[in-house]
Design a protein around this ligand. Structure first.
Ligand code: 13P
Ligand code: SF4
Length: 344
């Protein structure tokens, strides 16, 4: 039987033609001026949203930019937990998301009740949660982290609270496995037993499997690997490095914006990009000469692609949909987010 060719998802809005993009982009920019709004866009957003935005970045960069802006309105082109984080950091600003259904499968993998039950099993443990979580989960958390600072956050906790501190890390198991390896915890059986990982994952990154790495390595022996720590292949890539099978120089675990910074340093190289494929657009824009190869062409986050120019235009025109977090929850969730931002 012939191998099955995977199909790209069909439940995404149809592409806009160039003329529509020009007209809508002008409308959006005009409305943003009238509304005193800054437009923030994540690196995975569709190209026309990135092109119309004031600032494009990874989740940490967007959280920082939202907090630092003087604009009274933030039009957040990303997923819901990111807009919530912005609102928690800037309760005096009006945070808008163009589509309330833009969620995140990873954030959905743990809720506040589940986290409370987990904490009850390990009294006294410190909770580190990836920023891809709801505000309610953050309110039960001691430290948030992102892909770019997870290792730093865990090391900081050991420095502050002692190397034997019990830690609950979630919700992404691949990022947790990455932290275990990057900190050497994997080779320290006693302390390893005090680092607990929630078994959540992002459906997009979990789908980038070790086979994708093996295949693309064979097809592109000269290419470097840029791997988001959420990927299902990241553990294997680190094992290859540990066993000396691949040169550590060629493998880089990076946040989405970290990937752009890395490619800028060596602009004419080939890179296999193991993350959501929207990432190729901002890298290509920043470094046109780089040869970029998708690790898995199916790596597609339908939630990020729900944000379109017509919805962004409607959002700024009608001041919808406002993301505001309940005051009590926001107050509790602020501390772990501030810790994350200050650790950098
Ligand atoms: P970054 O923090 O690297 O932007 O990742 C966020 C995310 O949702 C990845 O899927
Ligand atoms: Fe969430 Fe995964 Fe989409 Fe990132 S790529 S927003 S983790 S579902």
């Amino acid at each position: 039987m012939a191998p099955q060719i995977p199909l790209l998802p069909t439940d995404v809005p149809p592409p806009l033609d160039p003329e529509q993009i020009t007209v809508l982009s002008e409308e959006v920019r005009d409305l943003a001026r009238q509304r005193d709004a800054i437009i923030l866009a994540h690196n995975y957003e569709v190209p026309e949203i990135q092109d119309v935005a004031d600032f494009i970045g990874d989740s940490l960069g967007l959280a920082r930019k939202g907090a630092a802006t003087d604009s009274s309105v933030i039009a957040f082109c990303g997923v819901h937990f990111m807009a919530e984080t912005s609102s928690i950091l800037s309760p005096e600003k009006q945070v808008l998301i163009p589509d309330l259904a833009a969620g995140c499968s990873l954030a959905d993998s743990i809720n506040a009740d589940q986290l409370r039950d987990w904490k009850a099993k390990y009294p006294g443990a410190i909770v580190v949660m990836y920023v891809n979580t709801s505000a309610e989960v953050k309110a039960e958390t001691d430290y948030c982290c992102t892909s770019s600072n997870a290792v730093k956050v865990v090391k900081h906790i050991w420095e502050e609270h002692g190397p034997d501190t019990e830690i609950l890390f979630g919700p992404d198991m691949w990022l947790g496995a990455f932290v275990e390896r990057a900190t050497g915890l994997k080779d320290d059986p006693e302390r390893h037993g005090r680092f607990h990982i929630w078994d959540g994952e992002c459906h997009v990154h979990a789908g980038i499997r070790p086979d994708d790495i093996t295949r693309t390595r064979e097809d592109n022996p000269e290419a470097e690997f840029l791997i988001h720590p959420e990927c299902g292949c990241s553990t294997q890539a680190m094992e290859y490095v540990a066993s000396g099978d691949i040169d550590p120089e060629g493998v880089h675990m990076l946040s989405t914006s970290g990937m752009i910074e890395h490619v800028e340093q060596n602009p004419e190289q080939s890179y296999v990009v193991a993350t959501e494929n929207g990432m190729l657009y901002p890298i290509r824009k920043a470094v046109p000469k780089a040869n970029l190869i998708e690790a898995n062409r199916m790596a597609f986050c339908k939630y990020m692609k729900m944000i379109t120019l017509p919805k962004l235009r409607d959002s700024l025109r009608d001041m919808k949909y406002e993301v505001r977090v309940d005051e009590d929850i926001a107050e509790k969730a602020l501390l772990p987010i501030e810790r994350m931002v200050s650790i950098g």
